[in-house]
Design a binder for this molecule. Structure first.
Ligand SMILES: [Ca+2]
Ligand SMILES: [Ca+2]
Length: 392
């Protein structure tokens, strides 16, 4: 068997076996993203022999010039491979495919290493959005972050975007794009694509180099949870059938988390509990689509507790989201428990501006021992929304 071995940047050996698919050598040590405090929280190295259907849905929609099929997705040779075919299926003459993570994630650093096909007509992407792969227009579609979009007709060109939606294919106003640009090298070779997404901005990296930055200002300020999409479809121009079948490959997907949020709804609400009497308020908090809560006014002692599961020990600055109203508790107590010690502060909810308020910076062990508890003073309406632990 003819085997061609070459060494790419980073020292990763690649053997190209007869038959065309690159067979990757064992991955080098995982490099964490720039800066401190990152913890790997989700990954698939695609080093097995089957798709891990515990982690992934298949993209199965019909769009543009292709239908997407699970049969086109395989894991072998150290990579996830999407076969691009000329075949009649789903009313189309071409088929593509891809994977969509079942777990929805939010802020952090996401990275893949990918290699697009040779031949015009295919749109490959590493992107973040709600959905299970059956449609790109799910009802809960809000934030779309395109870490890369590459149309194979121009294999040196790509684009990075933040697009917002109100659901089911209806666009919202916010749209940021790098525009399609020439990156100066061939994207049919392996390259690394990363995105650092936080509550204010989205930064895109190719081979570790910052290529574009966009604000993150979702129209509904939803602080969205999104799935990871690794996909390729026939799009833009009818595929060049002389180049088919072909393959798009992804070496791995890795997600690192640094900061921890606990809101009082949604997937992040795992760590939120209450005692006493609380009701849902009409006032807006950190996330417009998430409720805020208030304790029975002028009744002392109701508590709300936010308890994140910190993935890594370290120093975190702790913030509470203060909601200002004239009848809010002017002396709402906050106890932060950090490594067995309690630090107490008092916030005046009846004055100032709604927003994040720092409670202090401390060392926390990993796990769920660290937490924030607020207690109503009884002199106004204590309010509870979200807290965050920001790694410093
Ligand atoms: Ca791999
Ligand atoms: Ca909330």
């Amino acid at each position: 068997m003819r085997t061609l071995t070459s060494v790419l940047r980073g020292g990763l050996a690649v053997a190209l076996a007869a038959g065309g698919l690159a067979v990757l050598a064992p991955d080098p040590a995982r490099a964490a993203p720039t800066g401190t405090g990152w913890t790997l929280a989700f990954s698939d190295e695609f080093n097995g022999t089957t798709v891990d259907t515990g982690k992934w849905n298949y993209r199965t929609d019909v769009k543009a010039y292709s239908a997407q099929r699970p049969q086109n997705v395989s894991v072998s040779g150290g990579a996830m491979n999407i076969a691009l075919r000329q075949e009649s299926y789903g009313g189309m003459n071409f088929t593509g495919g891809g994977l969509v993570s079942k777990q929805k994630l939010r802020y952090g650093y996401y990275e893949t290493r990918a290699k697009i096909n040779d031949g015009a007509g295919w749109h490959s992407a590493f992107w973040l959005q709600a959905g299970d792969g059956s449609t790109t227009f799910p009802a809960d579609q809000r934030t779309e972050i395109d870490v890369f979009e590459i149309d194979s007709i121009k294999p040196q060109h790509l684009r990075h975007n933040v697009i917002t939606w109100t659901g089911s294919g209806q666009r919202a106003a916010t749209y940021y794009t790098s525009g399609i640009y020439d990156i100066g090298f061939d994207l049919r070779q392996w390259h690394t694509y990363g995105v650092d997404w936080d509550e204010r901005s989205v930064r895109y990296y190719v081979d570790g180099i910052l290529k574009a930055t966009h604000p993150y200002t979702p129209d509904q300020w939803t602080h969205d949870y999104t799935a990871i999409w690794l996909t390729s479809i026939a799009y833009g121009t009818v595929p060049d059938a002389s180049k088919l079948p072909s393959t798009v490959q992804f070496d791995y997907i890795r997600y690192w988390q640094k900061n921890h949020y606990v809101d009082n709804d949604g997937p992040g609400a795992y760590g939120y509990t209450e005692t006493g009497n609380w009701s849902t308020s009409t006032l807006t908090g950190w996330t417009r689509n998430s409720p805020t809560r208030y304790a029975t006014c002028s009744s002392a002692g109701s508590t709300a507790t936010w308890r994140p599961d910190l993935r890594a020990a370290g120093t975190y600055e702790v913030f509470a989201y203060k909601i200002v109203a004239s009848n809010s508790d002017p002396a709402q107590r906050y106890d932060v428990v950090h490594d067995g010690t309690t630090s107490t502060s008092t916030l005046d909810g009846s004055s100032g501006t709604s927003g994040w308020v720092s409670l202090g910076t401390w060392y926390f062990p990993a796990g769920t021992s660290g937490h924030v508890r607020t207690t109503a003073s009884g002199s106004g309406c204590a309010r509870a929304d979200a807290v965050k632990f920001v790694r410093v």
